[in-house]
Design a binder for this molecule. Structure first.
Ligand code: PHE
Length: 362
């Protein structure tokens, strides 16, 4: 009769000695393969007397299980060792001080959109707005329905939506056409008072000198029990003065329509476009910069809040357009061409961090 413990000792030793996956696989075939020693052992059970089978059967099976387990454990250990070797050989010492790389703060440039986004965050953070986020692949109901844009509403056509394939439940995600779904996400997940901004990428199937299929917006939302249009107006005025870095701006609120705000307005700011560059706070021209309004009671109710108790305002603004205006960038499409010469010319130094205390742009 086979000495089970001697066989086990031999197999465990072979497993321990296997130095890589191939060697371990050879041991596995030797032990548990179709013609492996353990498999052959199990085949002998049939020829044994019923009494012998009663004791040997469980013993052979237990042997097979222990060997299989030892092989599994070794496989795991080999995998870890490979990973460890990779981590050691592919290591980068990120703690090296910058001068060791002959650090050149002008080697890379910050994209104007990133810079302007940071400026906007600094301005609104100073007014007490928290930063909120939402996904770029958005639920149809958050992008439209809960914002009071039901299916078949003409606004859906106006948004030139990119649709994704339908999910198993029949719903069809979209690439968000605006940052307004972050309003919904915020109201669904936070209790008022709410005061957030949400900058991010947005998508519409549209392309010319002033439109790109991917662009950037910043959303603002304030919800509490006593907010009115006057607050909206003050926030936007302070924002424009801070952003364009002028002591005074003249703004014009033009009645408009958005399904998710009532009343709705578009805001123009006074400017002078007679020279090469646009100047703000003077001149007799007007430039549209954002859409806004008081959050529609239906939208508040859609998010499970009581519109009798809560109200507030929202605004949405194109970041790329703000960047073009402030820094005199002529063609929006160049923003996304990844042309290093453009980025070197229009980009910002990595150390030029916008802050209100330091001056937004130095
Ligand atoms: N979401 C609107 C747009 O993309 C802008 C907007 C936001 C208007 C919030 C009103 C309130 O055009």
């Amino acid at each position: 009769m086979t000495d089970i413990s001697a066989l086990e000792g031999d197999l465990i030793a072979r497993i321990a000695a296997a130095e890589d996956d191939a060697a371990l696989e050879a041991v596995r075939v030797h032990a548990l393969g179709k013609k492996g020693v353990v498999s052959e052992l199990l085949k002998t059970l049939g020829a044994l007397s019923p009494d012998e089978r009663k004791t040997q059967g469980p013993a052979f099976n237990a042997l097979r299980d222990r060997v299989a387990e030892a092989i599994g454990a070794k496989k795991h250990a080999l995998g870890l060792a490979v990973l460890q070797r990779r981590l050691e050989t592919e290591r980068v010492d990120v703690t090296l001080p910058a001068p060791a790389f002959a650090f050149d703060p002008n080697a890379g440039r910050i994209h104007p959109v990133a810079q302007v986004t940071d400026e906007l965050i600094a301005i609104f953070a100073d007014m007490g707005f928290a930063l909120a986020e939402g996904p770029e692949v958005e639920r149809d109901d958050y992008n439209f329905t809960l914002l009071n844009i039901p299916p078949e509403h003409p606004a859906r056509q106006m948004h030139d939506t990119f649709y994704l394939n339908a999910r198993a439940d029949g719903s069809r995600p979209v690439l968000r056409t605006h940052t307004s779904p972050v309003q919904i996400r915020t109201m669904l997940s936070q209790k008022p008072p709410i005061r957030i901004i949400a900058p991010g990428r947005t998508y519409r199937s549209d392309s010319d000198q002033t439109h790109t299929p991917m662009f950037h917006q910043i959303e603002g939302l304030v919800i509490d029990e006593s907010t009115h249009m006057g607050h909206l107006k003050w926030v936007l005025e302070e924002f424009c003065k801070a952003f364009f870095e002028v002591p005074n701006v003249t703004m014009r609120f033009r009645a408009s329509h958005f399904p998710f705000t009532e009343p709705s307005a578009e805001v123009d700011i006074q400017c002078d476009r007679s020279g090469d560059t646009v100047k703000f706070g003077e001149g007799d021209d007007w430039l549209e910069i954002l859409g806004c309004g008081m959050v529609h009671p239906k939208v508040i109710a859609n998010c499970g809040l009581d519109p009798e108790k809560y109200q507030g305002f929202a605004f949405g603004c194109g970041i790329d357009r703000l960047a073009m205006l402030k820094y005199g960038l002529p063609d929006l499409r160049a923003f996304f061409d990844s042309d290093l010469r453009w980025l070197k010319h229009y980009g910002f130094g990595v150390l030029e961090q916008p802050s209100l205390a330091g001056g937004l742009t130095r």
